[in-house]
Every structure is written in C-alpha cells, then in structure tokens.
Write a protein that binds this ligand. Structure first.
Ligand SMILES: NC(=O)c1ccc[n+]([C@@H]2O[C@H](COP(=O)([O-])OP(=O)(O)OC[C@H]3O[C@@H](n4cnc5c(N)ncnc54)[C@H](OP(=O)(O)O)[C@@H]3O)[C@@H](O)[C@H]2O)c1
Length: 243
C-alpha cells in the first residue's frame, strides 16, 4: 500500500495534505514536535478514510537525530512531504542572531539535513517521491522577508540539485512554490483574497502535481507569472521599491 511521511505535520498545509492523501487511500506517518498534539488528526484520518495513521516525534532543528528518526520509523515511506517552515521576524533577525538562526535553520539547514537522509535511502531503494514546500519568497529577496526568502531560495536550489541527482536512481523530487496561503503563518496579514489559496487547494494541487511527476509547482498558478514580472524588474529600480 502507498504511504506518505509528512514532516511538520501540525502545519495547516500539512494537515490538509494528510487528508488529501488519506482520502486517496495512502497510509500516513505524521511527524512533528510534541507528537501527542497529532492524536486528534491521526484518529480522524483513520476513522474517516479507513487507513493507518501513526504519529512520530520530529524536530527539524535536532539535526543529529535525523538519521535515527528515519531509521526508527515504523516503515519506509514511498513518499515524503517536507512541509515545516518558519516565517519569523526579519526586522528582529537583523539585530538578534537567535531569531535569524531559527529562520535559516528551520527553513534550510533542517530541511537539507532530513532530506539528505531520506533521499539517500530512496536512491538505494530506487524508488520514491520527495515533495519540498519552498516559497515564491525564494525567487527574489525583498526587504520585508529576506531572511526567510534567502533560506527558501537555498531550499529551492537544493531541491533542484537533488532532483537532478535522484532522477538517475528513479526517485522524483517536486518543488512546491506557494504564494500566499491562509494559515496560521499569515494570520493577521492583509492578504489579497484573489492571490491567496486555502491549505486544501494547495494540498489538491500538490497531490495532482506529484502524481503527474511535475518538477515545479506554483500554487496558485498565477504566482508563476507574478514572479516572472517581479524577477524581471532591474535591480537599480527594485532596490528603491518597498516590498
Ligand atoms: N502560509 C503561506 O502563505 C506560505 C507561503 C509560501 C510557503 N509557505 C510554506 O508552506 C509550509 C507550510 O506552512 P503553513 O503556512 O502551513 O505554516 P504553519 O501552519 O505556521 O506551519 C508551520 C509548521 O512548521 C512547524 N515547525 C516549525 N519549526 C519546526 C521544527 N523545528 N521542527 C518541526 N516542525 C517545525 C511548526 O510546528 P509547531 O506546531 O511545532 O510549531 C508548524 O506546524 C512552510 O514551509 C511555509 O514556509 C507558506
């Protein structure tokens, strides 16, 4: 039976993804900090969709635990979705290294640390799909979120290289670049509703893109064209803008 491991499973997007995959008959391994918080979701998935769901402890920042975390999973998954992330406070991060470090380590180092372990195992097995949730914020650095954006840019480049490496062993890598999503990460932000997706919409788009073995997914789709415009603005002009 097909199965997916979801890293950062308490996130709004991760929970929608768990429902989407469970609805389609996948067994689910949910991984998050303080795994007892996953119990209601785990039970709901099992009852609603008649699949097996388990909850496991995972901290993206505990790099040295990642090898054992993966080795000790109840079973090796066919798919993994790396969903955890941290927007943080860029203004604070400029003068407070602890905040900057959190942003960089959760969004980049932590993701690389765990996906190195998983990709190596999948390449050995010559089978598997890795889904990495990056962001359109990684397409161009902006004053409002350049710490988060630079970590996501690094993650996007990592996923691109990993896709190239894994292709030769039959393992697929999907990079997801969401625009705005209505989740706890963006709570209180004035988001344009026409450019903002629900976690459920993102989850459906990811499910379809992974099934079709797409390489890169922008969701909502118009963000692909918005980012094309944003990245084409000359630097001399861009630096004067307030974005
Ligand atoms: N929301 C948006 O507009 C948007 C746009 C583009 C990309 N994204 C990306 O989409 C993904 C999902 O975000 P979301 O909007 O669903 O955000 P969210 O609800 O705030 O979820 C973020 C999750 O990351 C987890 N996390 C943070 N640090 C962790 C760590 N050290 N170890 C394990 N888990 C950790 C948090 O777990 P705890 O519950 O333990 O804190 C939380 O569940 C993220 O990668 C985000 O960067 C979001």
């Amino acid at each position: 039976m097909s199965s997916i491991l979801i890293l950062g499973a308490m996130s709004d997007v991760a929970q929608a993804l768990a429902h989407e995959y469970a609805k389609n008959g996948y067994n689910i391994q949910l991984a998050a900090r303080q795994k007892e918080r996953l119990e209601p979701l785990q039970k709901d998935l099992e009852i609603r969709y008649n699949i097996k769901a388990v909850a496991v402890e995972f901290d993206a920042l505990n790099f040295t635990s990642h090898f054992d975390f993966y080795k000790n999973l109840p079973y090796e998954p066919n798919m993994v979705a790396c969903v955890f992330g941290y927007l943080g406070d860029t203004a604070k991060g400029l003068t407070n290294w602890k905040e900057a470090e959190q942003i960089l380590h959760i969004n980049y180092t932590g993701a690389v640390s765990i996906l190195n372990v998983i990709a190596s195992n999948m390449m050995e097995r010559k089978h598997g799909t890795i889904i990495g949730i990056s962001s359109v914020a990684g397409e161009r650095g902006r004053q409002s979120n350049f710490l988060y954006g630079s970590a996501k840019a690094g993650f996007t480049a990592y996923l691109s290289g990993l896709r190239n490496k894994c292709f030769h062993s039959g393992v697929h890598v999907l990079t997801v670049k969401p625009g705005f999503i209505k989740t706890s990460m963006t709570q209180g932000m004035p988001l344009n509703p026409k450019l903002t997706a629900t976690p459920q919409k993102i989850a459906k788009d990811i499910f379809k893109a992974a099934a079709k073995k797409k390489n890169v997914l922008f969701s909502l789709w118009m963000w692909k064209y918005i980012m094309r415009i944003i990245t084409s603005i000359p630097e001399g002009m861009f630096k004067k803008m307030k974005m």
